[in-house]
Ligand binder design. Structure first.
Ligand SMILES: [Zn+2]
Length: 502
């Protein structure tokens, strides 16, 4: 007769020195005594995931299907709870037994379950399965209880969201595991706070993502997985303001929040449905709302007008908060766009110039790296000096040049200096030149064919684009004045000068 062996070992068994190997050897011995031919040995680790356990069980079922077409198969296990632990699997196995396809052998108890077994044996099997299922439910209920306790204690019972890390403490739980708490990752707070501020300022998810990456706030190894969906998740997770939801309940966390409750709620408001947002936007916001300042210093507000003729005008005017103007002058949206278009043209550069600039950027990068290396070497040398100074203070103390009090003071002074130097060195080692150049390349990309790109965009996108390249646009009467932001000013100078050489 062909046979398969099923082994299962729990954590407790392993603690008692009862391993899968021992079970396997005993199962094989039993098969030999019976004169069975072993087809395969399956082994479960009790701690394996449910998914893995199900996978192994499915393998067992397909093997039974395969080898019982003409002859019966012996399934060997140590005892009831080693072969299956729930009614679903038990029913499958019992079905094969009753149809005469398999025999179940429990070698430890010397029991065999075949289609000819008395009903009492099947009843015993059912009872044992119930007992086992009860035990395993009990274990998961215990685990859940433990997790609930942790949540009530203020700690999220599972992996924290991006920006935080689990840190093991030296404290032990009653199960002798190291208690873990949640702490901010070194970059977490800067990133999350910046994201929430950007969102509260009305930036789209895509723009928030782009900005924080450009600003070097997202760790390099996380950029690839920093999707827009993750950005949205970050905004909707109350963990960042100090609370969390577990098992359908809301808890107050002991972890350090990154944003205030007020800011978090402000950001939730930005997720109201698009239709509602659009109606609101139409009501009081124009494309250039909050974009221009009047020459008098007041903000320029959106003040659309519907003429009796039925025509609609997108007008802007000074809010006249200081009462400087006797008569308000209205400027249309089109008129503002018209006056800003030369800015776009002035930064449009040819492909050749773009290539030249890229080359120069690479050269600058090399130079910056070399300077950076020299700086680090210098800092290292100074750090070494400090270490020597520390030794000298100790020597003086030993020789009696310094008394106890003097030693302590001197030591503290040197140590503080040394620590400060160490910090500076750390900062110098974080390569910031790379991040600056990423931004520079992005600017270059924007500048190439800027006009063409600009014209293809919606009015809202055009405004965002203008915001990127202009600083302090001012409306004087009906005339718009502006300055290009520094990198674009340089670009526009390059584009208009034929003698740009590097
Ligand atoms: Zn004004």
């Amino acid at each position: 007769m062909n046979a398969i062996i099923i082994n299962r070992v729990s954590d407790e068994h392993q603690l008692e020195g009862y391993s899968l190997d021992v079970q396997e050897a005993e199962g094989k011995k039993y098969a030999q005594q019976k004169g069975f031919k072993i087809l395969k040995v399956f082994s479960f680790q009790e701690t394996a995931s449910k998914y893995l356990q199900r996978k192994i069980f499915n393998e067992i079922i397909s093997l039974i299907e395969k080898y019982t077409k003409t002859t019966a198969l012996a399934v060997i296990g140590e005892k009831y709870d080693r072969v299956y632990r729930n009614h679903l699997n038990s029913a499958q196995i019992v079905h094969y037994i009753e149809s005469g396809k398999i025999e179940l052998h429990f070698y430890k108890e010397g029991r065999i379950l075949t289609k000819n077994s008395p009903p009492s044996d099947f009843f015993l099997n059912d009872v044992m399965t119930s007992v086992n299922q009860y035990a395993s439910r009990n274990i998961s209920a215990e685990a859940r209880k433990g997790m609930f306790g942790k949540a009530k204690d203020g700690w999220l019972p599972h992996k924290p969201p991006i920006g935080y890390v689990n840190v093991a403490t030296s404290e032990r739980t009653d199960k002798n595991k190291r208690r873990s708490i949640i702490e901010p990752a070194p970059w977490g707070e800067d990133l999350i706070q910046r994201m929430y501020r950007l969102r509260a300022d009305g930036h789209s998810l895509a723009l928030v993502r782009q900005k924080v990456i450009e600003e070097g706030l997202v760790p390099t190894d996380r950029i690839a997985r920093f999707h827009i969906s993750l950005v949205e998740k970050i905004f909707k997770n109350c963990f960042y303001m100090g609370e969390f939801i577990w098992g359908g309940e809301r808890f107050t966390g002991k972890h350090r929040p990154f944003v205030s409750k007020k800011l978090w709620e402000e950001v939730q408001q930005t997720f109201i449905s698009k239709a509602v947002a659009m109606i609101r936007a139409r009501k009081k916001r124009g494309v250039f709302s909050g974009f221009l300042k009047c020459a008098c210093g007041c903000t320029v507000t959106y003040d659309p007008k519907d003429k009796p003729s039925g025509r609609h005008y997108e007008y802007y005017r000074c809010s006249n908060g200081r009462g400087i103007h006797d008569k308000l002058k209205y400027t249309s949206e089109d008129r503002i766009f018209e006056q800003l278009s030369p800015a776009i043209e002035s930064i449009s550069i040819s492909e050749r110039l773009a290539k030249d600039i890229a080359k120069a950027l690479n050269k600058a990068e090399e130079k910056a790296k070399a300077a950076h290396r020299r700086n680090a070497e210098d800092l290292n040398a100074r750090l070494k000096e400090m270490e020597e100074a520390e030794d000298k203070v100790y020597d003086d103390f030993k020789k009696g040049v310094l008394d106890d009090e003097g030693y302590r003071r001197q030591f503290a002074r040197v140590r503080a200096k040394r620590e400060q130097l160490g910090k500076v060195l750390c900062e110098a080692q974080a390569d910031i030149t790379g991040a600056v150049l990423v931004v520079a390349r992005k600017i270059l990309e924007l500048a190439q064919n800027a006009t063409e790109l600009y014209l293809r965009r919606s009015t809202q996108e055009r405004r965002e684009f203008l915001e990127k390249i202009l600083s302090n646009p001012v409306l004087e009467g009906v005339t718009v004045r502006y300055e290009l932001k520094k990198p674009f000013r340089i670009l526009s100078e390059m584009a208009s000068s034929p003698t740009w050489g590097g």
